[in-house]
Design a protein around this ligand. Structure first.
Ligand SMILES: Nc1nc2c(c(=O)[nH]1)N[C@H]1C(S)=C(S)[C@@H](COP(=O)(O)O)O[C@H]1N2
Ligand SMILES: [Mo]
Length: 319
């Protein structure tokens, strides 16, 4: 846990009240926001690292794999969000036009009864938890992120799909006042709105997650506020941001990157060091903030949890 290693957390014991809150970061996060904001010392410490004061309550991830978290700064300043720009450093400065007020999420397609719900009312229906996940972009960089949110499985239970629904489809909001490239289309290779999908058994897997926050606070706009998918065993482009439509289908949805270039990007996009991208190797990756590259793991390290979903499938064909 990298926050605790940082000098700003070296607050002497007697400066801190109540002591129980601060003896470990683990305790601190478990208690949630309400107890926290009472401490000026803590707020200062968070501010020094540019980490917002946590404003979500959630069940803590035990981080049994001891993943080394990327910093809040790294996660929120290096982004892919083509609706704003293709410059990874530029997204954070442009994303202010994304307006998450009165954000509705439409649930439709093969469900018992379609409905539309305000995203805040949707979030209130679930117990939030933290998920510390590896995140691997198809371009060869990666990071470790402490997300907050709920499982796609929980969302599916609420949506009540019919048994003939075999796929779930997600769509980013379409609003060219909020997303400048939806109007300009400068990056012509991508059709908006951005679309992604999962097979229903993939979506029901416990790893499939809908994030509403990171590091204990609501998602920054550049990371896909107010609601984004996180599928940690798949390349990052599957993790669609700023979702406003979720629907259920019999047929496999055509996702944005497959539509744009089906030779290079498919529907599955499982992280796989043994299948190269047509233009580069996928054997290694650069973790944000680290100098040396590291080996990429099969299914991004989640083979035990998801390998069975692809039994009998040729992963060279189903890219
Ligand atoms: N709507 C939308 N979702 C998107 C993208 C995008 O351009 N638009 N980029 C994808 C890609 S390629 C990656 S790697 C991740 C990046 O997420 P991050 O900026 O939170 O790291 O978002 C994915 N989701
Ligand atoms: Mo990506």
């Amino acid at each position: 846990m990298n926050i605790i290693k940082k000098p700003s957390w070296n607050i002497s014991e007697n400066e801190v009240t109540p002591e129980a809150l601060f003896n470990s970061r683990r305790t601190f996060l478990k208690l949630g926001a309400a107890a926290l904001v009472t401490s000026g010392a803590l707020i200062e410490a968070l501010a020094k690292d540019n980490i917002p004061v946590p404003n979500l309550k959630y069940l803590k991830d035990k981080n049994i794999n001891n993943l080394d978290l990327n910093t809040y700064e790294q996660i929120t300043t290096y982004n892919n969000f083509y609706e704003f720009t293709t410059s990874k450093g530029g997204v954070k400065d442009l994303a202010h036009t994304l307006d998450t007020n009165n954000w509705e999420v439409e649930i439709s397609g093969l469900v018992e009864k379609p409905f539309t719900i305000d995203v805040n009312d949707l979030i209130k229906k679930f117990t939030l938890e933290e998920r510390i996940y590896r995140f691997r972009c198809v371009e060869g960089w990666s990071m470790v992120v402490p997300w907050n949110g709920f499982t796609v499985a929980d969302l599916i239970k609420l949506a009540k799909p019919l048994s003939k629904a075999k796929y779930i489809r997600f769509e980013t909001k379409y609003d060219d006042d909020m997303f400048p490239d939806q109007r300009r289309g400068v990056f012509g290779a991508v059709d908006y709105p951005y679309v992604e999908g999962l097979r229903m058994d993939e979506a029901m897997n416990d790893l499939s997650f809908l994030a509403v926050g990171l590091y204990g606070s609501i998602l920054p706009k550049q990371n896909g506020a107010p609601l984004r998918l996180v599928v940690p065993w798949k390349y990052g482009f599957k993790s669609i941001k700023s979702i406003s439509k979720i629907s259920f289908h019999e047929e496999e949805p055509l996702n944005t990157w497959q539509k744009s270039n089906s030779r290079e990007y498919g529907f599955y996009a499982n992280v796989n060091p043994n299948v190269d991208h047509p233009r580069w190797s996928q054997k290694r990756e650069r973790v944000l903030g680290k100098f040396l590259k590291q080996r990429t793991l099969m299914f991004n390290g989640y083979e035990k949890e998801v390998g069975h979903l692809y039994n009998g499938m040729d992963l060279r064909k189903y890219i």
